[in-house]
Design a protein around this ligand. Structure first.
Ligand SMILES: Cc1cc2nc3c(=O)[nH]c(=O)nc-3n(C[C@H](O)[C@H](O)[C@H](O)COP(=O)(O)O)c2cc1C
Length: 295
């Protein structure tokens, strides 16, 4: 994507939704930070409780629902940052915007964050905004990505520089639908992919406390399903398409497995909650040891 990452381990979207902690998070050794998801206007998200630890499974279920202060707040925080590392801005649609008008929300956010970050992530895969995942269906997807790529090209001229655009997808797919979506993504002109967001499946945690809460499941039980989707993405998109890998990394070994499955860089969220900042170093070091022959 034209970005030089200082290491392959980033912070996944959703932990710093508003960009309020960029400088602090930037001190923890991440090779990049992905901020957001933000929407055009502030919104409160779902009623609490909306986040649950499923401790015996090293997992989290969340249904936050894009609680955020709005894109203008994020832009202010980006402008005020001292952190000079790689920053992505993850954008979404307002809860009450119908799916067939979603593009307008993404375009508002895209234009505002475009000159202030190193890449933009288009989130069409949160399970917690009603019907959002419909944007992954072929017709909607083609239309949305065409509009976003066209606007991105205009902004590159206006702002005098290109900001790459990444699409973040879900792990929950029928094989044929995934292949179709990937072909649409490849043809659209977007610059990269993030696989994957949280899963709506509960197969791996059936019977555990909180297993029946609505929302997206992340952490250890997501590693295998996310890696299966990631492998398919690499197969369909080819060797040179930039892919960010997210989902279930709880150890350095998991980070290595994520790279082996096809990711160019990886991201952490739930593992960071359970294991703390040492995990960032463990993952970066394990990847270096495995792939760059660096101790
Ligand atoms: C509490 C919580 C909030 C999240 N919010 C967002 C979000 O706003 N946007 C987004 O793209 N992903 C969001 N995610 C998904 C993460 O970015 C990540 O893709 C997913 O959790 C899988 O990685 P993990 O298993 O390391 O947590 C959220 C995850 C959690 C646990």
């Amino acid at each position: 994507m034209g970005i030089e990452f200082p290491n392959r381990v980033g912070l996944a979207a959703g932990l710093d939704k508003n960009g309020d902690y960029i400088d602090a998070l930037g001190q923890l050794g991440f090779g990049h930070l992905e901020l957001g998801t933000v929407t055009p206007k502030p919104q409160p998200g779902n009623p609490q409780p909306r986040m649950f630890r499923v401790k015996p499974a090293d997992a989290i279920i969340n249904r936050m629902g894009f609680n955020n202060e709005g894109v203008d707040h994020l832009v202010e925080r980006l402008e005020a940052r001292r952190y000079s590392g790689v920053v992505g801005a993850n954008i979404g649609k307002q809860k009450d915007t119908p799916v067939d008008r979603a593009a307008a929300d993404y375009l508002i956010c895209l234009e505002k964050v475009y000159p202030h970050c190193d890449y933009v992530a288009v989130n069409i895969s949160s399970p917690n905004t009603e019907n959002l995942r419909q944007l992954q269906d072929s017709g909607h997807l083609r239309e949305l990505l065409e509009a976003i790529v066209r606007a991105g090209n205009d902004h590159a001229e206006t702002f005098g520089g290109k900001c790459p655009i990444v699409v973040k997808i879900a792990p929950d797919w029928e094989d044929a639908a995934l292949t179709g979506a990937l072909e649409t993504i490849a043809a659209s002109g977007v610059d990269g992919l993030n696989a994957t967001n949280t899963t709506i499946s509960r197969d791996a945690i059936a019977g555990l406390p909180h297993a029946d809460e609505a929302g997206g499941l992340s952490g250890a039980p997501l590693l295998q399903p996310a890696n299966r989707v990631l492998k398919k993405c690499r197969e369909v998109l080819g060797d040179s398409f930039p892919i960010m890998g997210s989902g279930g990394i709880m150890s350095g070994g998991d980070a290595v497995a994520k790279i082996a499955a096809g990711a160019d860089v990886v991201q952490l969220y739930t593992g960071f909650i359970y294991n703390g900042p040492n995990l960032v170093h463990d993952c970066a070091h394990a990847i270096c040891k495995e792939y760059a022959h660096v101790e």
